[in-house]
Design a protein around this ligand. Sequence first.
Ligand code: C2E
Ligand code: MG
Ligand code: MG
Length: 389
Amino acid sequence: MDSAYRIELLSGQVLFREGDAPTTAFLIESGSLRITALREGAPMLLSDLGPGALVGEMAVLDESPRSATATALAACVLTPIDRDQFAERLTAADPVVRALLLSQLSRYRTALATFTGNAASTTMEAPATGEGAASALDKIRLESQLREALERNELEIRLQPILEIVSGRLAGYEALTRWTHPDRGVVSPADFIALAEETSLIVPVGEYVLREVCSALRRLTDAAHATLFVALNVSGRQLEDADFVARVLTQVRAHGVAPAQLKLEITESLILDYSKVATLIEHSHRAGIRVALDDFGTGYSNLGHLHKLAFDTLKLDQSFIRQLDDPRCLAIVRAVIGMAAALGCDVVAEGVETAQQLEQLRALGCQYAQGYLVGKPQSVDQALAAIIS
Ligand code: C2E
Ligand code: MG
Ligand code: MG
């Protein structure tokens, strides 16, 4: 008996015809279906499908009319699948996967139309269309270009100075990665790191940055500044890697620098992955490497976990520093600095842009400041020239 959830066909019955508007796809539960398309007026066999096969799904994906006819070869039981069930998943899918699927579908339809002699006057395949297809392809293009940039050593690290507020001395730097694209110009690390994180590309990018940071540390040490540190941003994928700290140590040793000169920055959203962060801190401390919690206060602060994670540094997000003239924001910053002191970690204020902000932070007992007031991210050569002079 037919229902919205089950359809039965007798041998020879037609499920849908070429040219019909698509409404539903079907899963064959039992029996078999023959798929044909008309060629010069005669039905041509495309395939025979049995239990477990999907049929009619193409037309519901791209909303084109049915390009073939499905007829029961033997009595069949089918489960109908509403187009919305696919549409929802397709919308939720990775835009690149969606573009790939629709592009393949378009190619198949073009080939079929050519084969059956139903091709329109032009046989040029339609480009992948639909929502987000262009941006998905743009993303893939950018990813290839990033791969190429990596191979050509075109990624560059910049060092942004971090000031010890009380002494007015340079304490160290944060390494920030820069990519200057031949056509697009400077691509923000927020964009290309996120892109690299979507695939395994973040692994070689991370390795590259690590090597560059160690080599910069070597040069800073040779310039007799063995106490300066460089902070390195760690991505979520690197956190997944159980051997990450061992890999870091290998590079540190290869460049002959002290582990204590390296600091790892974990952005706050990653502490949701509590146990991985705990392991990273434990491994780092065993190796003599310090760990900072980056962008603190931006939305994922989980105090329930913080007391168990022995961070050495809290980096207070720049959104707080920007609003220091708001008494309520000031109260939060004061409380965070107090809490950090009680937990035995120091505080770096991010995004310090004015002398007034620096004065307020000094009065609050904040130890370190980073921001355009102290210095913009600079090349390793510039950083070396500045400390030597
Ligand atoms: P972040 O780690 O919080 O780095 C601080 C960001 O604030 C940097 O942006 C820096 O240029 C910017 N900044 C510093 N001082 C000021 C200031 O006074 N005012 C303002 N408005 N901004 C300031 P950038 O370089 O665009 O980097 C963005 C984010 O990308 C970084 O945020 C970090 O999360 C990520 N990132 C950068 N390089 C790497 C990397 O090599 N690996 C990984 N995994 N992430 C990276
Ligand atoms: Mg950072
Ligand atoms: Mg930050």
